[in-house]
Write a protein that binds this ligand. Structure first.
Ligand SMILES: Cc1ncc(C[n+]2csc(CCOP(=O)(O)OP(=O)(O)O)c2C)c(N)n1
Ligand code: SF4
Ligand SMILES: [Mg+2]
Length: 302
């Protein structure tokens, strides 16, 4: 049921699908995911990408970072375009994977209607949302997934609302496959993509993606911060198939721990949370503790 860790640094394909050099900031979590993810997807795929850091990273004309065909569409229509491209491929008898790859703004906010329709129809596409928790490409505006209390240019005193739990919203549509990933565990992402390729219907993969300029951290901290989010139990890695949720190893191992590190450790690694009060952090910690108490009941029952 869960993805076995098949790929490691020794057996990871040495074939590269991304040309050296791209326009991402140094330390960008997305650039790790993109390079490793393409190794899992292979050459027979077409990407549909709305405006985002990924559009810029893939290449501003005339420089292209990617070796795959990419359709840059409008924000609102990513899943609808992917639906049409897949239908065209099917009509031609081709197995080509159609991969919609969008940011959190393009998924949780502007593209959610087209995504919801594609989910309801269970279209045979892979939809990847890399969630850097704000509209980064245009200068760090808040998005639907920006966490409560997070500082952005449009929430200068901290975001009031809680972030949308997008993978759970997607899961409520009962698609073929839902998985969460982290830029800090690119091989877990790689193997979940390998699995997604074998499943027909809509496969949704949601990736927490640290972004140094947007999160207010040093470039060298990207992987550590992503791991800290998982280790403190804030962000969980899991898969949902046939409505059944299974924690992936980096999160599953937390079930055995009597106490997790406090969320404060994760928050203090980034300047975007510096407006949070002690009371707000305590509420956040309570929510995490409750979630893990529920997980222990669900997964350690027998
Ligand atoms: C309809 C529309 N509105 C606004 C923009 C400007 N715009 C381009 S990229 C972007 C941010 C996208 O945010 P997200 O999807 O989270 O991706 P990220 O930039 O974080 O990678 C915005 C607002 C646009 N291109 N089209
Ligand atoms: S702003 Fe963030 S997501 Fe965008 S390229 Fe830079 S590090 Fe990556
Ligand atoms: Mg974003």
């Amino acid at each position: 049921m869960t993805t076995a860790a098949k790929t490691n640094v020794l057996n990871l394909s040495t074939e590269e699908f991304v040309h050296p050099g791209n326009r991402a900031c140094s330390g960008c979590g997305l650039s790790i995911l993109y390079r490793i993810g393409l190794k899992a997807l292979g050459r027979d795929c077409i990407f549909v990408v709305p405006p985002s850091c990924l559009t810029v990273m893939q290449g501003l004309f005339p420089i292209a970072a990617s070796q795959m065909p990419i359709l840059n569409g409008t924000f609102a229509s990513t899943a609808a375009i992917a639906t049409g491209v897949r239908a065209a491929m099917k009509r031609r008898g081709k197995q080509t994977q159609v991969v919609a790859w969008a940011g959190d703004g393009g998924t949780a906010d502007i593209g959610i209607q087209a995504l919801s329709g594609a989910l309801e129809r269970n279209e045979d596409i892979i939809y990847i949302c890399y969630d850097n928790e704000a509209y980064m490409n245009t200068g760090v505006q808040r998005s639907g997934t920006t966490p409560q209390g997070g500082l952005t240019t449009t929430t200068p005193y901290g975001k009031k609302e809680q972030g949308k739990n997008l993978p759970e919203i997607v899961a409520a549509h009962n698609p073929a496959y839902v998985a969460t990933c982290s830029a800090s565990y690119p091989l877990d992402f790689h193997d979940k993509l390998l699995k997604a390729k074998q499943i027909s219907g809509l496969k949704y993969i949601h990736i927490q993606t640290p972004c140094p300029p947007g999160w207010g951290c040093e470039e060298r901290m990207t992987v550590k911060i992503g791991k800290a989010a998982i280790d403190c139990g804030l962000f969980d890695l899991y898969e949902i198939e046939d409505g059944k949720k299974q924690l992936s190893e980096p999160s599953r191992k937390l079930l055995k721990k009597a106490k997790l590190p406090s969320v404060q450790e994760y928050l203090s690694m980034q300047t975007r949370f510096k407006a949070l009060s002690d009371e707000q952090i305590a509420v956040m910690q309570e929510r995490i503790d409750q979630k893990w108490a529920d997980y222990r009941q669900e997964f350690c029952a027998e």
